[in-house]
Write a protein that binds this ligand. Sequence first.
Ligand SMILES: Cc1cc2nc3c(=O)[nH]c(=O)nc-3n(C[C@H](O)[C@H](O)[C@H](O)COP(=O)(O)O)c2cc1C
Ligand SMILES: [Mn+2]
Length: 469
Amino acid sequence: MDGISNQPYTPDLRGFIEYLDKEHPEEIVRITKEVDPEYGVSGILHRLEKEGHFKAVIFENVKGSVYPLVANMHGSFTRLRYAIGMEEGDEKAFLTEFAARESHPIEPVMVEEGPVQEVVKMGDEIDVEEFPICTYHELDAGKFITAGLALMRDPDTGIDNIGIYRHQVHSKNELGVQLSETADGNVIWKKYEERGEPCPIAIVIGHHPAFFLGSLSYTPIDSNELHLAGGILQRAVPLVPCKTIPLDVPADAEMVIECVIRPKERRAEAPFGEFPGTYGPERMNPVLDIKAITHRKNPLYQNAFVGHADNLLLSGVIRSTAIEETVKIACGTVTGVHMPRSGRFRFVCYIAINRKIEGEAKAAAMAAFVTDPFLKFVVVVDHDVDITSDTEVMHAIATRVRADRDTFMIPYAKGSPLDPASYDPAGGSHLVTKMGIDATRKDNYPAEIHVPGNEDINLADFIDGYTKP
Ligand SMILES: Cc1cc2nc3c(=O)[nH]c(=O)nc-3n(C[C@H](O)[C@H](O)[C@H](O)COP(=O)(O)O)c2cc1C
Ligand SMILES: [Mn+2]
């Protein structure tokens, strides 16, 4: 696919909203009535989800803020597909296109100025609480920024990294952060911490969903997510230097919170309703000092609804491109990789292979575990099994697995500290046990039942007025 995603609309958040308004108005809804940022916004999002709506929602009037809130932008696969300019296509087609763009990253370009710095606030002008930052679930410790794309620079390599790590608001100029052990961001922060130096971190808020997808692309620590975001957007991301910290940020974002992480200091952060659908425990987490807030003249504040479709789809569906790459090294006969919704797009992975020799399935499962620390269950099936169907995969497990022979476990392995089944969920342990399951047909597998000739029968020839159910 050539050209910029979603031409002629600008490749930023407001451009994508304009595109939805004009081309797919059913994808977006505006709420003008005043809504409380404490449980009010999340209440509406939750009800919409329960009633089967996964629209993007713009809250135009959030109590206590003059700025609009853009929510649930990544809550449907269709919008993720639209984000990369695909009007049609299933998950496999989306992932094929996504993988092709991932393998053609585009370097960002420095520009003199950008809308993200139309307004610059420093010193006493800094008050992050003027934005419509929400409290989501009952036991959350407070307000959380949930869709901040945090940009940090590796002090050894100079390579920029981006991830979303949610931030509790401690005060008008202090934030917390959850830098899980599964993230590159954790490794980078620890490098500064070991040197006793403050770690610069720029929290980018409000951007095109293709920028989000590129930023959350699941790639090695030495690949620069700004280049990947460029690849996914099919356009070099324009960058401007921050005002107070040595980092460069997307010129066309809605806002940036320029911060440093204080060395050695910790403060209690969370509980917070997390992606597995349980509360992440209170942890002693780092503290961020806000040095400046820059934004457009009329910024759109954006959030993500963690623990719901919005959070799960984004950075969930796209993890399989990286897994497939590694699995292909271990097992050349791989025909597909799928992260099922039932595994919250993180914990479970189905792999289809065209098994030629014994041992291949286990090799494929091991490769998946090596790639993605979130994975806890990897199921490998034959290529004729539809891996987008939980029922078909369960059928393969039910009929083709002898547990003592076909499963293996990896105890004390690196996983998510938010995993409710970790070794110490209350303490936020990142150690988990993983299980690989070879659900392929083994040698001497009995023949499967089949009625000869049934494929050629036309039922309407035998039953008057027959139609398919
Ligand atoms: C809405 C949302 C919220 C997230 N919150 C966190 C978080 O609080 N902490 C974390 O470590 N990862 C979180 N993640 C996952 C990371 O952003 C994701 O794994 C990312 O690719 C990490 O990038 P990195 O490995 O380059 O640091 C979140 C993802 C999404 C989509
Ligand atoms: Mn990274």
